[in-house]
Ligand binder design. Structure first.
Ligand SMILES: [Zn+2]
Length: 205
């Protein structure tokens, strides 16, 4: 990931194949944070935090900063936001057995390069995300009516404000840390799993 000045500041470079039975593409693509928002549906704190965390893990696996989206599998918490960031930025999908979830709390990912088995675990610093925002999130399930409506507005403002005034003022590796781990991928229990046919011929000259 490259952090650029300005509004849509987060940029990833990714490599894919060139067709349904294609070789590796000769060119990489640029993915801006706003592209990720179009896929996920909204620019939430989870999408930002997931992007920051993944950028650290992916830089560790791809020091040239061109992410091979044909060669990755990922585990995260089953958050809509964290999981979508992983799917879009790595090419991992449950239906091809390359994406899985675990109940471990927090913002973290296990990212594995399929071809080599190299695996990185990345985690957000504890207490980086303010507890008071998490407390408001946790309180929502006990609220109804106007109290719930009011809290939803307060929560979104708190999240947006933290992203703009704290997260985006930092470099990803300040609060997200990767370490290499030994990791044996467990088969993802999904009975409709198929073969990802668009990467089979990627190495054909
Ligand atoms: Zn989200």
């Amino acid at each position: 990931m490259i952090l650029l000045p300005g509004e849509d500041s987060i940029l990833f470079l990714v490599l894919d194949t060139e067709s349904s039975h294609g070789r590796y593409s000769k060119e990489y693509k640029k993915i801006r944070f706003n592209d990720l928002v179009k896929f996920h549906g909204h620019a939430c704190d989870g999408l930002y935090r997931g992007s920051y965390a993944l950028s650290v893990a992916l830089h560790d696996l791809f020091p040239e900063d061109i992410v091979d989206r044909t060669d990755l599998r990922v585990v995260s918490r089953n958050s809509p936001c964290l999981g979508d960031a992983a799917t879009y930025l790595t090419g991992a999908r449950v239906r091809f057995g390359t994406q899985d979830v675990s109940s471990r709390s927090g913002v973290w990912y296990i990212v594995q390069k399929i071809s080599t088995g190299e695996t990185v675990m990345v985690s957000e610093d504890e207490n980086f995300f303010p507890q008071k925002i998490s407390d408001v999130e946790a309180s929502l399930s006990s609220l109804t009516g106007s109290k719930l409506s009011e809290s939803l507005t307060i929560l979104k403002n708190m999240q947006d404000s933290w992203v703009q005034s704290v997260l985006l003022k930092t470099e990803p590796d300040e609060h997200y840390h990767a370490k290499r781990i030994e990791y044996e991928w467990n088969e993802v229990p999904y009975r409709n799993q198929g073969i990802r046919s668009d990467i089979i011929f990627k190495n054909v000259i």
